[in-house]
Design a protein. Structure first.
Ligand code: ADP
Ligand code: MG
Length: 679
């Protein structure tokens, strides 16, 4: 099978070539010694014995004890890989990649050979691979091709405490196949103490505890509420840097944007401190960070300097960074929330749970006594934070999962063995959405369209948009758009000192107010015309890495077209055809302009706004469809395209009636003189 390993230089992630010479050999020896110092090591034999004896085991151990990197290696050393692949799931892509890189390093093999990883749109495995790290979502997709997972001898569902949607669904499916595949070993590993719940679910599976070493952590709260946690975090980092003894700092932020902001401000402020202060090495880590930069967070800090890691939740339990002595915890994370009544999904910055706060604090006490600075009050901690984070299955759109389960022939969703069942309203809403997308018929059975949609590792709306592109003869354009949307919001960049230039470059792609989807297509096609030039990306303030990723995704989508019997067809002069295909997937994300310049969603009336980064932000088309909603200061629609209201009735007559799309005589908003810069 095709793999991308040749195109990406993974050695970078490991900080060097695979050892050949004597010096490198001794480095490998040193790594071997290091493995023996991990808390899990003394329990190796006992653990292997337990695994041999029982089919399912729940493993609990503190973050950093060696569960993720060591257990799969132990199993390999004990011969389990002879019977099949040893798989280990991770909730996050970065964790899967980084851990696989580490393990291949420890084993002295090239990443992608004996040790590999598989994440959406990126398969870094080969025939040789015996230890496979993957996202939980990828394993879920593997069920579609191999319902009994016959090629695996062991599956370790790691970070089970995170309770992601995919992990929860895997529980049900794995429990089921373990009944008829007695040879399959199942390990459920968790960093927290809710192991009893996992054990109960897996028919009283034994719990294996790895005793942790933990040093005391002093916890500090703020005296009063901090109005601006970003600013408070920056000040705290600088205070630690100037006043506290050596030791690295870990700051928990909610996402890429925040991390970049803090990175920039910290750089600026430390420059102002002069040369008397020790060097502060700033290391960001988040999902879209390029692989080479990810490795930087693990590099030991040089003597006399201090490292500050700016991380998302990924550093809470999935990644362990040695040397952290100080944790700065603003108390927030970005979580998905879903309103099953309206079917609306939003990402929002929310307070973390007490359990998360404890995990975060614990990161500072791994190698010695630590300190945790919480940027909230003790009162907030005790009275406002929930004990635990609500499992994702109870706060998300389930359309994707329902489509996957239906494709696996699981029709009775209500009686599926959920560890914590989703709200029945959310299940119903998912079935309803799949029905209006024609993926399910009126009896709730998978249709031909649904079967084809399930081939794509995308949200059902995007898959539907691709399926529909066949009808409008524009699959070429539509897969480019789908690929660009899948890369997220990291296409354009906007350096603080060149904002005007960046905004102008960006607006070039919007000529004719084509809308954000077509603008993304324009970016992709223009880049393609330059023969994928890096220089062109620089000149246009476009992130070349994101573009390369989009190209990879696009290549894979093109490959999948064949499987669903869609020909690659192009219709470059008919943008309406492209917009209609988009509408066929996203028609329920329609909104209509109101008199006050706000928008109202058509079916479940709610007030929303055009995101200021949209090319249509100053244009105010009367009807739009949006890709997603994000809630910051307001409920914003991101990635929008103008729409003719009759299309809704034409494309989704089962969803819209004429009365829904009748204009109320509203005049188009006057257009401004020229466009204001993007805020
Ligand atoms: P657990 O899964 O129990 O949290 P891990 O197996 O992830 O523990 O980590 C064990 C140790 O391996 C950590 O203490 C850390 O020192 C080291 N480690 C893990 N990943 C990396 C990496 N990518 N680079 C360097 N060291 C790592
Ligand atoms: Mg782990």
């Amino acid at each position: 099978k095709e793999s991308v390993m040749d195109r990406i230089q993974y050695e970078d992630a490991l900080g060097g070539e695979i050892p050949e010479d004597a010096a490198a050999k001794s480095a490998l020896q040193k790594l071997k010694e290091e493995r023996k110092t991990l808390p899990i090591y003394p329990h190796r034999e006992e653990l292997l014995q337990a695994i041999e004896q029982y089919q399912v085991i729940v493993i609990v151990g503190e973050t950093g004890s060696g569960k993720t990197t060591q257990i799969p290696q132990y199993l390999h050393e004990a011969g389990y890989s002879k019977q099949g692949t040893i798989g280990c799931t991770q909730p996050r892509r970065v964790a899967a990649m980084s851990v696989a890189a580490r393990v291949s390093h420890e084993m002295g093999v090239k990443l992608g050979h004996e040790v590999g990883y598989s994440i959406r749109f990126e398969d870094c495995t080969s025939e040789k691979t015996v230890l496979k790290y993957m996202t939980d979502g990828m394993l879920l997709r593997e069920f579609l091709g191999e319902p009994d997972l016959a090629s695996y001898s062991v599956l370790m569902v790691d970070e089970a405490h995170e309770r992601t949607l995919s992990t929860d669904i895997l529980f049900g499916l794995l429990k089921d196949i373990s009944r008829f595949r007695k040879d399959l070993k199942l390990l459920i590993s968790s960093a927290t103490l809710d192991a009893v719940k996992f054990s109960d679910y897996f028919d009283s599976a034994p719990i294996f505890k790895i005793p942790g070493r933990r040093f005391p952590v002093d916890i500090y709260f703020t005296k009063a509420l901090e109005a601006d946690y970003i600013d408070a975090a920056i000040v705290t980092v600088l205070q630690i840097h100037v006043m506290q003894p050596p030791g690295d700092i870990l700051v928990f932020l909610t996402g890429q944007e925040e991390i970049e902001t803090v990175d920039e401000i910290l750089k600026h402020r430390t420059r102002g401190l002069g040369t008397k202060i020790a060097e502060l090495i700033i290391c960001p880590i988040y999902a879209n960070l390029p692989t080479e930069l990810q490795a930087k967070i693990f590099k030991p800090t040089p003597k006399g300097a201090r490292k500050v890691v700016l991380a998302t939740n990924i550093a809470e339990t999935s990644l362990t960074i040695d040397g952290i002595k100080y944790v700065v915890d603003p108390g927030y994370c970005k979580i998905k929330s879903y309103n099953p009544r309206t079917g609306m999904e939003s990402l929002l910055i929310s307070p973390i749970s007490k359990a998360s706060a404890m995990q975060r604090a614990g990161r500072s006490g791994r190698t010695g006594p630590g300190k945790c600075f919480r940027l909230y009050t003790a009162y907030t901690y005790h009275h406002d934070l929930e004990d635990n984070t609500v499992p994702e299955i109870q706060r998300t759109n389930l359309a994707n999962v329902v489509l996957t389960l239906k494709s696996l022939g699981i029709d009775d969703l209500v009686n599926f063995d959920f560890m914590d069942p989703p709200p029945s309203e959310a299940l119903l809403k998912a079935v309803e959405l799949l029905f209006v997308l024609s993926a399910l018929n009126i009896r709730g059975e998978l249709t031909n369209v649904g079967r084809r949609m399930a081939e794509f590792p995308l949200d059902p709306m995007l898959s539907k948009m691709i399926i529909a592109s066949d009808q409008y003869k524009c699959s070429d354009e539509v897969i480019s758009i789908a690929a660009m949307l899948s890369v997220g919001n990291s296409i354009f960049y906007r350096p603080k000192d060149k904002q005007v230039h960046a905004d102008n470059a960006r607006l070039n792609f919007h000529t004719g107010n084509v809308g954000d989807h077509i603008a993304l297509l324009n970016v992709y096609n223009s880049w393609k015309e330059t023969n994928f030039s890096t220089q062109w990306c620089y000149e246009n303030y476009i992130q070349v890495r994101s573009m390369k990723r989009a190209r990879d995704v696009r290549d894979q989508l093109e490959g999948l077209l064949e499987r669903v019997e869609i020909e690659l067809s192009s219709n470059p002069n008919d943008l309406d055809a492209v917009k209609k295909a988009i509408t066929a997937g996203f028609f329920h994300h329609s909104a209509r302009l109101q008199k006050d310049g706000a928008y109202k969603t058509v079916k479940n009336p709610q007030t929303v706004y055009i995101h200021p980064s949209s090319g249509l932000a100053e244009v105010h088309p009367r009807w739009v469809i949006y890709h997603e909603l994000v809630l910051t200061t307001k409920e914003y629609m991101r990635q929008i395209t103008e729409l003719k209201p009759d299309w809704l009735v034409e494309i989704a007559p089962h969803y819209y009636q004429l009365k829904d799309v009748e204009d109320s005589g509203l005049k188009k908003m006057p257009r401004g003189q020229g466009r204001a810069p993007i805020k």
